[in-house]
Design a protein around this ligand. Structure first.
Ligand SMILES: [Fe+2]
Ligand SMILES: [Fe+2]
Length: 121
């Protein structure tokens, strides 16, 4: 899909889902991928990213469950697939993987996360 990949890789208002906790966590995911891209050899940056992704998916899924969000199944499957991929990474992370992670996050928020906008109340 053709969404622009921010450069530098930072969250901006076009990613807003209008739930403060989730927007704050999304900012953290941008930061995590930014850090990994900046130093692909840094195992600490990679493990920080994995932790942030894991925490965010857990929180986001809990919100969807709490509000009986109908589309949770495929959303959870998309989360699991990405988390499995990044959990399997080791340093140095190659350029293709960094690009994949950036594109995945941008597309996931703008396509999949955006579907819950206005529905988690
Ligand atoms: Fe999500
Ligand atoms: Fe999200």
């Amino acid at each position: 899909m053709g969404f622009a990949i921010p450069e530098p890789f930072c969250w901006d208002e076009s990613f807003k889902v209008f739930y403060d906790m989730l927007d704050d966590e999304h900012k953290g995911l941008f930061q995590g991928i930014f850090n990994m891209a900046k130093d692909p050899k840094d195992a600490g940056a990679l493990s920080w990213l994995v932790t942030k992704v894991d925490e965010h998916f857990t929180d986001e899924e809990a919100e969807m469950t709490k509000h009986n969000y109908a589309d949770i199944g495929p959303h959870q499957a998309a989360h699991k697939s990405f988390l499995d991929k990044i959990r399997a990474l080791s340093t140095p992370v190659d350029d293709g993987t960094v690009k994949f992670a950036k594109e995945w996050l941008v597309n996931h928020i703008k396509v999949t996360d955006f579907k819950y906008k206005g529905k988690l109340e």
